[in-house]
Design a protein around this ligand. Structure first.
Ligand code: ACO
Length: 431
């Protein structure tokens, strides 16, 4: 916890209370209200947590006004340009960039945990074949607790470490299996001679009938998508993981909870929703109609891939993602892709519109990721599972940080109750 060097005074009905103000290493000061209820008998009210810090953390920092994202202090554009996903995983998990030897050991550990228990394939086969891959992932990741009993004791740091490695290593296998199952193709086992992203592409796109060569440019683009989604401080799914974990739940159950939360279209499901929206718009001449709908208070339609709770400027991940989209589409010879044309034109139309400027609505990471994933051959239903596998390291890092804090408590918000006060039960014949 940061040092208390300032305080604020709250006055209620003439009675004053001193509340400590913590100064973080970056970002706004944080008013500490932990003793407020005990001292003043009042709660604070903040649905959606727009003004509430739920924990202290040293992992990720976002300055939404500047459009800045730092992992352990390193800017995301430097990590996306110079590093790669497994190195970023190490950084998030352990707090520092690895030495060459540390990285080699870490990569070897992750590579050697990519297989899943053979009986877990029965779980996949139990789903309807038209199941959404996110539904399969929630179920199968939760079911890992039934297979890996030696890594569910959260009080043991060694078991926590093993669970972390297992989750990072097996998530691509689980996501790829969910995809293969949905298209009726045989499951492809992981290959240790491929890197993390290349192995995932191979498990998704190779078939036993013919050789599949992983294109290094696509593998690099995939790795960059993983890197850009690796962590994002206390977002909805991460907060869900922390809340589930606060009760002492096992790591696999906590990550399954995070996957469930990520699925929603206001969060990780936005990449699927964004591409579906771009397809529905279809051509640039229909953009004004959709912009008008997004601005209409009586129409629930929103521009998917636009707006963010924290960023009130460009999402720095969107800038890198846009460059990646150009590279991938160029490589695949689809630079004249109509969806990309709609995306580029829509971005400009929204950025030049006073409604979006006034509300500080800018493209977020999901605006361009779907365009790249579709060009690579993924169906829209796989976009959010890819986000989930990328974010697993963020969830795990935050989970580990929470559990290693000896002062951690069960999360238990209070409420502003507006229901009936006490009343007597009325027998059914008298209602
Ligand atoms: N299109 C049109 N108007 C919007 C949009 C949008 N995409 N996003 C916000 N607004 C408007 C709202 O109508 C609201 O207007 P009002 O003040 O006149 O009522 C104002 O902007 C503020 O919106 P809120 O919903 O209050 O902002 P909040 O911070 O709660 O929501 C969110 C953020 C959920 C991301 C929202 O911008 C949204 O729904 N965007 C589309 C979905 C999306 O792209 N989600 C991905 C987020 S990034 C991620 O999870 C990886």
């Amino acid at each position: 916890m940061a040092e208390e060097n300032k305080s604020a005074t709250l006055t209620i009905d003439g009675q004053s209370y001193e509340l400590p103000l913590h100064s973080p290493t970056a970002g706004p000061d944080v008013l500490d209200i932990r003793k407020l209820y005990a001292q003043a008998g009042v709660f604070t009210y903040d649905p959606g947590f727009t003004s509430t810090a739920s924990c202290d953390s040293t992992i990720t920092f976002i300055d939404g006004v500047k459009g800045e994202l730092l992992h352990r202090g390193y800017p995301i554009d430097q990590l996306a340009g110079k590093s790669h996903y497994l190195e970023v995983c190490y950084l998030l998990l352990y707090g520092a960039l690895p030495t060459a030897a540390e990285l080699e050991t870490f990569e070897s550990t992750i590579t050697r945990h990519t297989m899943i228990h053979e009986q877990m394939y029965n779980f996949f086969r139990g789903f309807r074949r038209d199941a959404h891959p996110m539904a399969i992932m929630v179920g199968v990741v939760g079911a890992m607790a039934a297979f890996y009993h030696d890594s569910t004791d959260i009080s043991d740091p060694v078991q926590r470490e093993i669970a972390s490695h297992r989750l990072i290593a097996k998530m691509p296998t689980i996501a790829a299996n969910a995809y293969k199952y949905s298209i009726g193709q045989p499951f492809v086992y992981p290959r240790n001679d491929l890197d993390y992203a290349g192995n995932f592409l191979n498990m998704c796109f190779s078939v036993p009938a013919e050789e599949y060569q992983v294109d290094p440019i696509l593998s690099r683009a995939m790795d960059r998508i993983f890197t850009l989604h690796a962590d994002h401080e206390q977002n909805a799914s991460t907060s869900t993981v922390r809340l589930a974990s606060s009760s002492g739940a096992n790591p696999f159950a906590c990550i399954a909870a995070g996957i469930a939360c990520l699925w929603g279209p206001a969060h990780g499901g936005a990449n699927q929703a964004c591409l579906e929206m771009l397809k529905e718009i279809g051509s640039v001449d229909r953009i004004p109609e959709f912009i008008a709908r997004a601005k209409d208070k009586d129409d629930p339609f929103r521009l998917m891939g636009f707006g963010h709770r924290v960023y009130k400027n460009f999402d720095p991940r969107a800038t890198v993602m846009k460059q990646s989209a150009d590279e991938v589409l160029d490589l695949l010879g689809v630079e004249n892709n109509p969806i990309l044309a709609v995306a580029k034109e829509l971005e400009q139309a929204a950025l030049n519109d006073p409604y979006f400027a006034e509300k500080k609505l800018f493209p977020n990471v999901d605006f361009y990721s779907g365009v790249i994933l579709e060009a690579m051959g993924f169906p829209t239903s796989m976009f959010t599972p890819i986000f989930a596998l990328s974010r697993t390291v963020g969830w795990i890092s935050q989970w580990k940080e929470q559990l290693s804090d000896p002062a951690h408590k069960i999360g238990r918000p209070r409420q502003l109750y507006l229901g009936e006060t006490e009343r007597d039960y009325v027998d059914i014949e008298n209602r």
